[in-house]
Design a protein around this ligand. Structure first.
Ligand code: ADP
Ligand code: MG
Length: 237
């Protein structure tokens, strides 16, 4: 579904991604871990072209993504951020229906119906007309995930979706993500929550200084003889 070939990204001459190659098949859940500053967010941002790669190729269903065609495909590549990125001046409902209505994917009426269905599923239907400020962090993130689902993405990129949450709210977001996984959603997830990684990942890749230095199962990573991988894993256990 997604193929990344020789991806490089520099900021002001500083190499942040140094030749990334990665293939993601439909239904896979790739977890990216690695030290702060290793390029995890940049990699996700290159995939949906919030950032332009310096060189290399990204194919989505065998189509080469370019600045020219990305608007056509971006709705198929959902993104969920650490800090939710909901619009504070819009109600929960209006946050959720904004993109599909604006993009002409659904009528407002259909979008509202779909939004209600999703909100019922995540037990937040009673919050439909409130503003994001009055939601807990966990509720905001679940609304943000629902918002992403509204454009029918084929893959969702999650950038540390639970790291801004209080511990008691982490689980409700992870449970929603596990439901998506069980429904077959293809996902790339940056997270360091080990017990969740073990449950969700079909493959883990370890990024260090812009390079994939190790990939495989959690056990494969534990067995790695790369010093950074070893040290990192011993700190997050
Ligand atoms: P991670 O998500 O793994 O913590 P990032 O992808 O956010 O890492 O950042 C990787 C490196 O790229 C860091 O050194 C960061 O300072 C740098 N970087 C990220 N975005 C920008 C930007 N827009 N301009 C300049 N440098 C950036
Ligand atoms: Mg990051």
């Amino acid at each position: 579904m997604l193929k990344i070939k020789n991806l490089k990204k520099s900021f002001n001459g500083i190499k942040v991604l140094k030749n990334i190659n990665l293939e993601v098949e439909k239904g896979e859940r790739i977890v990216i871990i690695g030290p702060s500053g290793s390029g995890k967010s940049t990699l996700l941002r290159c995939i949906n072209r919030m950032t332009n790669p310096t060189s290399g190729f990204i194919y989505f269903n065998d189509i080469l993504l370019t600045n020219e065609n990305i608007t056509e495909y971006r709705q198929k590549i959902g993104m969920v951020f650490q800090t939710f990125n909901l619009f504070n001046n819009l109600t929960v409902l209006n946050n959720i229906i904004l993109a599909p209505v604006k993009l002409g994917l659904m009528t407002e009426q259909d979008a509202k119906k779909k939004a209600c269905e999703y909100l019922k599923k995540i037990n937040l239907i009673d919050k439909i007309n409130v503003y994001p400020q009055s939601l807990s962090g966990g509720e905001r993130q679940r609304v943000a995930i629902i918002r992403t689902l509204m454009t029918n993405p084929e893959i969702i990129l999650f950038d540390e979706p639970t790291s801004a949450l209080d511990p008691e709210m982490v689980k409700e977001v992870q449970e929603l993500m596990l439901k998506l996984a069980a429904d077959g959603m293809t996902m790339i997830i940056v997270t360091h929550e080990v017990s969740f990684v073990k449950k969700v990942a079909t493959k883990i890749i370890f990024l260090d200084e812009g390079k994939i230095v190790c990939s495989g199962t959690y056990q494969d990573l534990i067995n790695s003889d790369n010093e950074t991988v070893k040290l990192f894993l011993s700190n997050i256990k």
